[in-house]
Design a protein around this ligand. Sequence first.
Ligand code: GRE
Ligand code: ZN
Length: 330
Amino acid sequence: MHGKIALEEHYAFPDTLEDSAVFVPPSHWPELKHRITDIHGDRLKEMDKAGIEMTLLSLNAPAVQAIVDTKRAVDVARRSNDYIAAEIAKNPKRFQGLAALAMQDPDEATREIERAVKQLGFRGALVNGFSQAEDPNTPVYLDDARYDGFWAKLAELDVPFYLHPRNPLPQDARIYDGHPWLMGPTWAFSQETAVHALRLMCSGLFDRHPGLQIVLGHMGENLPFAIWRCDNRNKWLNQPPKYPAKRLLSEYFQDNFYITVSGNFSTPALLCSMQVIGSGRILFSTDWPFEAIDEAAHWFDACPISEADRNRIGRTNSLELFKLQDLLGK
Ligand code: GRE
Ligand code: ZN
């Protein structure tokens, strides 16, 4: 399929580059380093070969979210946004961006998303899970009351928020003790991010801001398969949910979430997701450079769905959600 749009596609700049080194063996680091820092060379060639017309670029992980010095986190977020906005300006019909934000400082993050959207032309934000604010050992999740003003601003700006994974902090990762291979994209990323998304749903955030749209990668971090049980466990007890939110979790999932196929090129997982959230809320993505663009595209272009669904997932859903019509036409 030509004209695809991809939106979990990462870059790194000098301040954050080393964060990605731990995820590959040293033998593969030179190649990953090249792939994640390159914008207009091999990345564009891969896009051309794979039929990807537009890539929304976002900073690598955990990057800004793992900087415990708040002032530095704020500075790195701003400089990375300035850096990638200048690169995007060189080829805006092929590249757009999602802003990095230092959630350690909610007021600053609120100012930065407004600057990023209104002045730099970003199409939304991508944040790598929790932040460490006053205490490096305490994760702060985005349902915390300190983010009320931030979410109100995001709703006002009417741009999507990509909730991207990071690993849990060591003291919260003891279930993986002795099994380091389960950290990262194998399992821990999805577990961490799915619970974070459920926290947002349970908190009542989407009752306050019914228009907010959160994007989850990796085929919804297993939630399409699991959300029914979140609402229906022990149904015979006939007890209303104990959380502050007003509706069923699956209703928020349906109305306030989009999922991407990034790094999860599984046809059964896609078909399940289409039944649960619908093809109108699924978006093509690859997760470059942690996954291969050609693998993502070959799978997606051939997977057994209707051409109407392929066109929605591959292009038109993203075109509408990120308001890209001005650049790409219909
Ligand atoms: C990702 O961005 O999803 C990612 C990483 C590191 C390793 C694997 C991976 O940031 O998928
Ligand atoms: Zn990613």
